[in-house]
Ligand binder design. Structure first.
Ligand code: ADE
Length: 237
């Protein structure tokens, strides 16, 4: 029976990044862990657990670990908005991570390449993998709903990027199509727990000098585009 299946975990940083999902589901329980609220709900008949983690790598990692330990989700999705850093990436576009990098992890003085992290159970990783089958399902659904989606690297760090030179650096160094603050840290925890993950973002700003205006203007609309896509595809995941 579907309700006995392990849930799908969904993590968003801001309320606006999960509110449409919460509104669309039948809520069965709300629980507090590590000062975060975890909502159990059924979404289109699929058991899910949804949490708001707040911005940043540590918040999202703590949230993902609670989810893994307490709810044993079969997959974890990190959903929300991002700054566009790829040349063809526009506000409103969907970006699905092929993998994520933690661009601000730097042990280069100790001889490691930039963004290489020793991950318990996985050795040294520079790319935090997303599940290929999930990526393909999200991409196909985005193509059906919005006509297209970008699939490529997403760069994660503890910084709101509002500098076109830095956005260009992320694209040139990591091939990043988008930047945000939670994807790679969520994927990092998923790797440690052997949970398949995906990172789904809609572009709210261009990670440039307009971002301080564009982000508050477009965050809600873009966040809802990502959530509509998740609602469309949830039964296939
Ligand atoms: N999330 C949305 N836009 C962002 C940006 N420009 N930098 C980091 N995270 C973001």
């Amino acid at each position: 029976m579907i309700h006995n299946k392990k849930p799908i975990g969904v993590i968003g940083a801001m309320q606006v990044e999960i509110e449409a999902i919460l509104a669309a589901g039948e809520i069965t329980a709300r629980e507090e862990h590590a000062s975060m609220t975890f909502t159990r709900l059924t979404l289109r008949g699929v058991p899910c657990v949804v949490a708001q983690c707040h911005a940043g790598k540590v918040n999202s990692a703590a949230c993902a670990q609670v989810m893994a330990s307490v709810y044993a989700p079969r997959i974890i999705l990190n959903i929300g908005v991002a700054g566009g850093t790829g040349p063809q990436v526009q506000i409103g576009d969907l970006v699905i991570a092929s993998h994520c990098v933690q661009y601000d992890y730097d042990l280069t003085p100790m001889g490691d390449a930039l963004s290489v992290i020793e991950v318990p159970g996985s050795g040294k990783l520079s790319r935090f993998p997303c599940d290929g089958a999930l990526v393909e399902k999200l991409r196909a659904a985005a193509q059906g709903l919005y006509g297209a989606a970008h699939v490529g690297p997403i760069a994660t760090g503890d910084k709101f990027v509002a500098d076109p030179a830095f956005g260009a650096y992320l694209y040139e160094t990591f091939g990043a199509l988008a930047c945000e603050m939670e994807g790679a840290s969520t994927a990092h925890v998923c790797a440690m727990n052997r949970i398949p993950c995906a990172v789904l973002r809609a572009i709210s700003d261009g990670a440039n000098h307009d971002s301080q205006v564009d982000f508050p203007t477009f965050a809600a609309e873009s966040a809802h585009r990502a959530q509509q896509l998740l609602l469309k595809v949830i039964q296939e995941l």
